[in-house]
Design a protein around this ligand. Sequence first.
Ligand SMILES: Cc1ncc(COP(=O)(O)O)c(C=O)c1O
Length: 465
Amino acid sequence: MKNSYIDLIKQSYQFPQNGFELQHDFLTFHGVSLHALIQKYGTPFRITYLPKIGEQVQKARRIFNNAISKNNYQGKYNYAYCTKCNHFFHVVKEALSHQVHLETSSPNDIDLVINLFKKGIFDKKKTILHNGFKTDGYISRIFELQSLGFENSIIILDSISELSRILKISTKFQIKIGIRMAINERVNAAYNTSRLGIRYEDIIDFVEKEIQGNERIDLKMLHFFVDSGIKDSIYYWGEFQKAIELYSEIKKIIPSIDSFNIGGGFPIQNHLGFQYDFESMAEKIIKNIINTCRFHNIKEPDLFSEFGQYTVGESGAIIFQVIEEKQQNDTELWYIIDNSLLNTIPDAWAMHEKFILLPINKWENGYQKVHIGGISCDHSDYYNSEDLNQEIHLPKMDDEKDPLYIGFFHTAAYQDAVSGYGGIKHCLVPSPKHIIIDKDASGNLIDFLYSDEQSTDDVLRILGY
Ligand SMILES: Cc1ncc(COP(=O)(O)O)c(C=O)c1O
């Protein structure tokens, strides 16, 4: 039995794998030398590796299109990116370079779309799916988009009252709409039915009374989203089946409805042992739609997804230096890092979300069980278990002059939106640097600083000093 960290990893998982590899004893991420980035920029820093975004889009498109042609499905697959997951221009631009449609959730999102259009990155034929609560301001912004000539903007109704509010704000265009079906939550959830969307039991009545025969509106889509993710579980398929049955019933009333939207929910790798059969899930989705549509003798719909986390999550990482080792009792050893976990990966604290955690160096050293602590003074600013394991093991530190560096990987989804990019953070710990990594026209890796570590001036300015 060998006792180095690398032996532990190789005995526990397949390694190297999925963008993680050792080169000259240092970890690389998608071929990017993290050692070189540490030397060039210094920790702490977050990185966004843009090419991963396109790879994810292409993979989903490939597996859905394979399932479509293998099963002779009549509709088309459409990949929409939900901006709320990561709004950064460089991220949305990268996704758009792979011909995605967009999903919006607030009035500011509309300005984001218009900005992308003005920059020549988004065209007016693309589909824009408008989810979220429709305030009057949001509705007006959507109509503005339509008057600018965006032909495929679809307002997905989150409630019955939204329709009358939409119709009150006049527009000369016929309004394309979708209906979001509220899902029932899993057993033991804090509530039974999601507040998002229209009650399942009310939808047919609503369609018959308020949509059928109304020439101002064009019902295009049924939407549902199981926020716990697309999983091969009785619960997921139960909600899925309810939605596709509902679509079939609506199609008999409004034959022009032609799209079925499964929302987001494709997962990302959050531990090295992660396994998920994307191909078989896509095929099951396609086959279930076919079976239901054939039973009801209706044409299969165009399929939309709005994958957020799946699109961007695996493109991000955050790298820290361990700045102190603290033995707090006989069994508990802390590695204190040079920023805050609460501030940089808030889902770890708020949702008990796990991320892939790996050391950057010292893989040949022996390992020990540790807790990782941030430098804010909040007691919850720590991380001490992995998804498959109740413990964290990291290499032993051996030389003060040669520190240990660690990284949390696949962190690009939602963390900045939840934490607030820049801004005021717990204990005024500054937001770390942000480095973008891309490939140039010849395929060589390039990196540049997108934003420096937050300055004291910036912090004091926000606070009114
Ligand atoms: C309506 C809607 N679609 C898609 C998504 C994206 O979900 P995910 O990131 O799990 O793919 C969300 C996330 O909140 C959502 O609310």
